[in-house]
Design a protein around this ligand. Structure first.
Ligand code: DAH
Length: 368
């Protein structure tokens, strides 16, 4: 705010003008100022005690505008002082009334800032939803936790030993071609993990037995993106290593999982398969959730869909991790979370999971 002496400087410093002209100019100038202050007071609204106190200090305080303007009386021509006095009185009254009115509304609790209408409905806050892959991952881990599995995670940027070597895939092993790998260009010994099986190795290397772990995470493969493949996706790995773990334990564990995940009526079958890190190895199919086994385009008219790979941990893998394969045995399995989610929610295109289209994501609210 400009000080009054600044406002009136031209009028009180005639610089060649007659005293009468200066006084006339002072009166006119003051009246304009008062009119502007009146507008300000009339427009003033506040719900806030601090702003109200600032108003009081500005207009009615000992160094406030009303007091300040009063001291200008001496610059007013004597025959105009009465008129000026009346203007000042009504101006002061206006400021006081405004102050009292706002103060009593504040006490009554009805004070509102100008332009606000508290009866209008508030702006809705959109609540986010869990990602369908998160929901499925949580459900998978919850089921395994109930039968004594703990959750572990491992690095997504991995060295050759943990992603391949220790898993019984030495260099030049043709099975390395089963997974198209993203290598770090400056150091091909480092890569983005192609599966969560690296976490098995890291867990076994720690040497604490028995191990009963469920290991979810993101994996990467150099694949062309399509409705059925992506360059990154998610897996859940399982591992149980102890004395006398058998293939029957593996089967019962997976039976329990499938019934909990998909319902009691779902049928299960194991087919012999090959993975370098398990012996024997198998792939597990469940009866098609879409057609109930009758045959449809999801199960390619076979009635079955594959959901995971599994087997007994290869003795070489155990010894690579410093575990005696004569004393201990173990089973392992790995499944794709996207695949489970696609079956569970009948999603036909894998890309939907990573495109972040909110219309797609919203459909999974409270799904689990
Ligand atoms: N790592 C395999 C893959 O990504 C999946 C897998 C198969 C994991 C068998 C296992 C297993 O632990 O025993 O295709």
């Amino acid at each position: 705010m400009r000080k009054l002496h600044q406002l009136f400087a031209p009028a009180t410093n005639p610089a060649g003008k007659s005293r009468h002209t200066a006084i006339f100019a002072a009166m006119e100038n003051l009246q304009q100022q008062i009119a502007a202050y009146q507008d300000e007071i009339n427009a003033f609204h506040t719900a806030d005690a601090e702003a109200l106190e600032a108003f009081r200090i500005k207009f009615l305080g000992t160094k406030g505008i009303v007091k300040g303007l009063m001291t200008e009386m001496k610059n007013i021509a004597p025959d105009e002082r009465k008129a000026f006095g009346q203007t000042m009185n009504s101006f002061k009254q206006l400021a006081e009334e405004k102050y009292e009115q706002l103060k009593s509304s504040a006490t009554a609790g009805t004070l509102q800032p100008a332009g606000e209408d508290y009866t209008l409905p508030g702006e809705a806050i959109t609540v986010g939803t869990r990602h369908p892959l998160t929901l499925v991952r949580q459900q998978i881990t919850e089921i395994f936790k109930r039968i004594g599995f703990a959750v572990a995670e491992g690095p997504e940027i991995e060295d050759d030993w943990h992603n391949f070597g220790a898993l019984n895939l030495p260099e030049d092993h043709p099975a390395r071609d089963m997974q198209d790998t993203f290598y770090i260009s400056t150091n091909p010994a480092i890569m983005l993990r192609t599966h969560t099986s690296n976490v098995q190795i890291r867990a076994m290397e720690k040497g604490k037995l028995p191990i009963r772990l469920i290991m979810p995470g993101r994996v990467y493969r150099n694949e062309t993106i399509s409705a059925r493949a992506h360059c990154f996706f998610h897996q859940v790995e399982g591992l149980y290593v102890a004395e006398r773990v058998s293939f029957a334990d593996l089967k019962q564990t997976l039976y329990f999982f499938v019934k909990e995940m998909f319902g009691q009526d779902v049928k299960i079958r194991f087919r012999p398969s090959y993975f370098p890190f398990t012996e024997p190895s198998a792939e597990m199919d469940i009866s098609c959730l879409i057609c109930g086994g009758k045959g449809c385009n999801v199960c390619k008219y076979t009635g079955w869909v594959e959901i995971l790979g599994c087997g007994m941990v290869h003795p070489n893998v155990l010894s690579n991790c410093g575990i005696d394969p004569e004393k201990y045995t173990g089973f392992a399995f790995g499944m794709g979370i996207e695949r489970i989610a696609m079956l569970k929610y009948q999603v036909k295109d894998l890309r939907l999971f990573s495109e972040n289209d909110i219309r797609f994501l919203r459909q999974f609210t409270g799904a689990v």
